[in-house]
Design a binder for this molecule. Structure first.
Ligand SMILES: Cc1ncc(COP(=O)(O)O)c(C=O)c1O
Length: 392
């Protein structure tokens, strides 16, 4: 529902915290990433980073990565074209795989992340006689994906499975990666592995879907080196010998900057000489990667008091019964009052889903999209969670 109210009116009226995802910021972020990345790179949005942006992101990128039946359901619900999807995930049940293969309109790519997934999928494809493109997920040494030996084995036996159209390799090694050395090693490794497939197994990968885990700078004391890092990574990607289609699978780097989280101050107190402000939200609704007990200070402002003099120290705590629920520690701020609203930046990726949102049966925040014309659209009301926490 598009609201005719201003953000201020919405925040004043809302009885719980609010996320706002700004579509113009999302658009310019994707354009900015494209301007730094090699021209022929395609982008894949990892929906897990922010499922609320699935539709808007689908207009901006070539592909969407869906990592669970729940995410696939969100995609279907939005009636997006299945050829834009890649169905990945460490855990795919035989029923999930069967349902995908049987769905007549499904034209997406499926990742194979274990020998068991490979066996189930090939059996199902043979039953349905349906040609389906797949990516073999190469492990980074963790529980995810297949190791090189297993990938070699699958590729060696490819002629036995004519319905399995192996398009190439998927690889993801972690999020929030800042080390250029690590990118250098990783990209060289991928290039070597693709060369090995070509030269030793006569298999030319048509594509590499690579999740580079580009970092986002969340905290005041962390200056962003992002542009320089992306330029260097682009040079490394440009230098790859195996230059088939390259798809970069990104979540955080696409979505983080478009999100803001607003939470209301609901109580103020002074305990043993320290000022505390209590908010209606908390760490169950706002998770910053690398944050613990407010050891670092995220970028934030006090809504409507941006120019006010900052002459008091406040510790801001959330509404959970946990001493860990601290959002800001001893932070210089203007004079605070009950009803003031804190705005936290860069909350467009993972922040809203990675928290312990069922703890204490507190309500989930409202979610708004800020459209290109600046209008605000409520795409999810605040939801009570006690329903999940009693016997049904
Ligand atoms: C397979 C895969 N691809 C892509 C991503 C997105 O990573 P990021 O948000 O760091 O870009 C993830 C995140 O966990 C992932 O597991």
């Amino acid at each position: 529902m598009i609201s005719s109210n201003t953000l201020e009116q919405i925040l004043m009226k809302s009885c719980s915290s609010v996320y706002v995802f700004d579509i113009k910021t999302l658009q310019s972020r994707v354009a900015w990433l494209r301007s730094l990345l090699p021209e022929d790179v395609s982008l894949c949005f990892a929906v897990k980073a922010n499922p609320f942006l699935t539709k808007e992101a689908s207009f901006l990128v070539e592909r969407l990565e869906l990592c669970s039946p729940g995410e696939a359901d969100i995609f279907r619900h939005l009636a997006l074209p299945s050829e834009k999807s890649v169905i990945s995930g460490v855990y795919k049940t035989p029923d999930d795989i069967r349902a995908l293969v049987r769905e007549p309109s499904f034209r997406g790519i499926i990742t194979i992340e274990s020998i068991r997934q490979y066996q189930i999928l090939t059996r199902q494809l043979e039953t349905e006689k349906k040609i389906t493109p797949v990516l073999l997920r190469l492990t980074n040494g963790s529980q995810f994906g297949l190791d090189e030996t297993h990938i070699d084995e699958i590729i060696r036996h490819r002629s036995l499975h004519p319905y399995l159209q192996i398009r190439g390799i998927q690889f993801f090694s972690g999020t929030q990666k800042t080390s250029l050395k690590k990118y250098t090693r990783e990209i060289a490794y991928l290039d070597r592995f693709l060369t090995h497939l070509k030269e030793d197994l006569r298999f030319e990968a048509k594509e590499l879907e690579y999740g580079p885990g580009f970092p986002v700078s969340y905290f005041e004391e962390e200056p962003s080196q992002e542009e320089l890092l992306l330029q260097h990574v682009s040079e490394l990607l440009n230098g790859m010998k195996n230059k088939s289609r390259l798809v970069l699978e990104l979540g955080r780097s696409i979505a983080a900057s478009c999100g803001r989280y607003y939470t209301h101050i609901v109580d103020l107190k002074r305990n043993n000489g320290q000022n505390y402000a209590l908010v209606d939200g908390g760490m169950h609704q706002m998770v910053y990667f690398g944050q613990s007990m407010a050891m670092k200070r995220p970028r934030f402002s006090v809504f409507g008091k941006e120019g006010a003099s900052v002459d008091q120290l406040w510790t801001v705590c959330g509404s959970l019964c946990s001493m860990n629920d601290v959002l800001l520690k001893q932070t210089p701020m203007p004079k605070l009052e009950i009803g003031d609203i804190l705005c936290f930046e860069n909350t467009g990726a993972y922040c809203m889903t990675e928290g312990i949102s069922l703890f204490l049966s507190r309500d989930l925040p409202f979610v708004y999209l800020k459209r290109e014309d600046e209008s605000l659209q409520c795409i999810r009301p605040s939801i009570e969670t006690q329903l999940f926490n009693y016997p049904h």
